[in-house]
Design a binder for this molecule. Structure first.
Ligand SMILES: [Zn+2]
Length: 339
């Protein structure tokens, strides 16, 4: 390890040489590589975490560039998977960090396969289905996770330590989490940075094992209106919570198992995940597709037909842009790709 690289961070006494050493042996999982994910990833890679795993199912689009800090115009032009573009940029920033990139849906199986080895999970998703899944897995495998969300000029963050404080499910009945999305009311980049400032600081505390310093409160802010608050959640933890209570049933784990298609948050897009697994053969697919415009890179094949765009991934998933209707999307998928 270069002695200069982390000198300013080692001078910060809550981290110090000992904390830096601890950090270099830790593994962080970031779920989602959008605005929150790229910001957290860059900070943690520069800070010298030992191993970082990124999981995301999507590819870079022009509308991402305003706030998703690891991506470039050429990434958007070639529709590179976010995980691939992010990993390549992060490796330029710090070659000492081991980076794993997974172009996958963050489903139960995918996350569960990682959790045995992960020290902290960061929520950088845009939907509550995945968050509730992370919430249950965090309790089951005793891995702390850090909730984060932002939209417009406001955001929220909260650190969940399994077995200790209230989980996300406990909170959801009490604290309004809102239903607006970036696609309906937009988002400004400083709101993203404010959320990740909290998420990464909490992660650093966990990595250097300074548990006493953890923020026990739910943080919310609105940068445009200059409003900041932190809510005490001590009394919100529920004994009968199905996720963190005394007799947990982990409801998100069984529900998730059944989900095979989903409307992506705030986008005119449906994702279909076929039941059969196995790698998709793009050559075979191209032979079967009706006439349309095909663009392809090593990771995905996109196919435009009329107002719709189908994006096929190697792992079998398909994104269908141009509709929010699951039934319509499934019908079209079956028609063009044969189910
Ligand atoms: Zn709970």
């Amino acid at each position: 390890m270069s002695t200069e690289r982390y000198s300013r961070q080692r001078l910060f006494s809550p981290i110090g040489d000992e904390g830096q050493q601890k950090m270099s042996g830790k593994h962080v999982l970031i779920v989602g590589v959008g605005a929150l994910g790229t910001s957290c990833a860059e900070q943690l890679v520069r800070a010298g975490v030992g191993h970082l795993t990124l999981i995301d199912r999507d590819y870079v689009e022009w509308s991402n560039l305003q706030r998703q800090q690891l991506f470039s115009e050429s990434d958007a032009d070639s529709r590179l998977p976010k995980v691939v573009a992010a990993k390549s940029r992060l490796e330029q920033l710090n070659h000492e960090v081991h980076i794993t990139g997974l172009i996958q849906d963050a489903g139960r199986e995918e996350l569960e396969a990682l959790l045995g080895d992960v020290d902290v999970m960061i929520d950088a998703t845009d939907n509550f289905e995945t968050r509730l899944l992370m919430n249950d897995l965090s309790q089951m495998y005793r891995v702390p996770w850090i909730y984060g969300a932002c939209v417009s000029s406001h955001g929220m963050s909260y650190t969940i330590i399994p077995g200790e404080n209230a989980c996300l499910r406990c909170l959801m009945d009490t604290i309004p989490m809102g239903g607006a999305t970036c696609d309906t009311v937009g988002v400004i980049s400083p709101a993203v940075q404010m959320v990740t400032a909290h998420q990464v600081t909490e992660t650093l505390k966990l990595l250097v094992e300074d548990h006493e310093a953890l923020t026990e409160r739910f943080i919310t802010f609105d940068l445009w209106k200059h409003r900041y608050s932190s809510i005490s959640v001590d009394k919100i933890k529920k004994e009968d919570c199905p996720s963190c209570g005394t007799n947990p049933t982990y409801p998100a784990l069984s529900i998730e198992n059944q989900t095979k298609s989903a409307v992506l948050c705030g986008r005119n897009t449906v994702q279909i995940r076929p039941a059969q697994t196995g790698e998709r053969d793009f050559e075979e697919l191209k032979d079967r597709l009706p006439e349309g415009t095909i663009k392809e890179n090593p990771f995905l094949l996109s196919y435009d037909q009329g107002d719709f765009r189908f994006v096929f991934f190697r792992d079998g998933r398909v994104l269908i842009h141009g509709t929010k209707d699951i039934t319509e999307a499934k019908t079209m998928y079956q028609r063009i790709a044969g189910g």
